[in-house]
Design a protein around this ligand. Structure first.
Ligand SMILES: [Zn+2]
Length: 405
């Protein structure tokens, strides 16, 4: 059995760790960080890191063969061990033996968030004991959150291996200093720039909810002192800081090598602004807690390269949506993840929208590509001209008012 300290920590130890004083955390965190990754993350982590070194250069044919093998194994597992799929396939007369390729695979009905909520217990694999599962709450600023179960010792180490490998394309190495501004509410509302240090990942996490102009010099000071190699941000949070630095001609952070922009759509003007102000690469990244799609930019291009070793992604057109937006190329991302046998999600509708492209990147990877991730359907509205307007942070102008209440 693979030993995976991180997932053991994830339950009871992690809550003790989280409620400990910062000084204690720093010592424990430093010791923990100095452990080899193989001990922290176990065999799965090492397996995928080595696989990705090779598989990133595979031909399209080899990639597809790999994905089909993974999908077929998942289907048999789902039919034999997961009551929801057994009932679904039997009721629909779907025989796994007759699903021979990805064309046949389309006969399987989509899985939605509502179906998961209504069939939660039936979606858990019978051959996984409760002690092999980790509960994970999926986020979402709107709608009811969804709880899922991950496979202990597999799902998170796998995800982490892909992340480390992907961010490696812009020079990230495990242990590098990162400043995080990703919509987190950090306690200490009376401070000008509330933050906490996460010594395990060597990250300084700054609150996204105190970024009014008078506080921004304190944010800048904290970042400058921390000397991060990377910023990991929601674009909408970083815009506030970038505009301020541009307007007041504040010096950039010399150690900064890249900006990882995730969770929200990054617009071209944001991209240009960040490059101008921070004088470093901007690296879009896309993933979700359901583990059915993961993508990031590369050394040469800001387009999203989907990891085909991670999941099988289908792009499904939504005609109503395309009519509203006057854009025929927007598709919903539908994914089948390979990294969670405890609660397999097959043909899961993410409600995330993207523009796929057949473009071939000069980096030489034959990965499926997305020109753009347009966003989450529930997180924007369409104006009269068909433009998409996100409403995360739409209340920014009201923040100062809210603070007075
Ligand atoms: Zn590329």
């Amino acid at each position: 059995m693979s030993f995976h300290l991180e997932d053991h920590l994830y339950g009871s130890l992690k809550s003790i760790y989280n409620s400990s004083p910062q000084a204690f955390k720093s010592v424990i965190g430093r010791v923990y960080r100095s452990m080899p990754d193989s001990l922290r993350y176990g065999e799965t982590y090492g397996h995928y890191l080595s696989l990705l070194e090779k598989s990133q250069w595979w031909s399209k044919k080899k990639i597809l063969a790999y994905q089909w093998e993974k999908t077929k194994n998942l289907l048999w597992h789902a039919y034999n061990n997961v009551p929801y799929y057994k009932t679904l396939f039997d009721q629909r007369g779907i025989s796994i033996a007759n699903i021979q390729n990805f064309q046949d695979f389309k006969k399987i009905p989509f899985l939605t968030k509502n179906i998961i909520r209504e069939n939660f217990t039936e979606l858990l694999a019978k051959n996984y004991k409760k002690s092999k599962l980790i509960p994970v709450a999926t986020g979402g600023t709107t709608g009811a959150p969804l709880t899922l179960y991950y496979e202990k010792g597999v799902s998170r180490p796998l995800e982490y291996a892909f992340t480390v490998h992907g961010l490696g394309r812009i020079g990230f190495r495990v242990g590098d200093r990162i400043v995080v501004i990703r919509g987190e509410v950090v306690k200490g509302a009376n401070q000008k720039a509330p933050s906490y240090f996460d010594p395990i990942r060597n990250r300084l996490v700054l609150s996204s909810y105190n970024m009014i102009e008078e506080n921004l010099p304190y944010y800048i000071e904290k970042i400058r002192k921390f000397k991060p190699k990377f910023l990991h941000v929601y674009p909408s949070s970083l815009v506030l800081l970038a505009r301020f630095m541009k307007d007041y001609k504040v010096d950039y952070f010399p150690a900064l090598q890249g900006i990882i922009a995730s969770s929200e759509t990054i617009h071209q003007w944001q991209f240009d602004l960040f490059q101008e102000v921070f004088k470093c690469n901007v690296f879009p990244w896309y993933g979700l807690n359901e583990l059915v799609a993961l993508a990031g930019a590369c050394e040469f291009s800001s387009r999203y390269h989907l990891f085909p070793e991670y999941s099988y992604v289908e792009f499904v057109r939504d005609d109503d949506f395309n009519e509203d937006t006057h854009n025929k190329n927007i598709c919903e991302i539908v994914g089948t993840g390979f990294g969670n046998y405890a609660m397999p999600l097959i043909r899961y509708r993410t409600l995330d929208y993207a523009i796929p492209t057949d473009a071939i990147c000069k980096c030489g990877r034959n990965y499926p590509m997305m020109e753009k991730v347009v966003g989450r359907k529930q997180e924007f509205f369409v104006d009269k001209t068909g433009s998409l307007i996100t409403f995360i942070y739409a209340d920014v102008p009201l923040w100062s008012v809210k603070r007075m209440i």
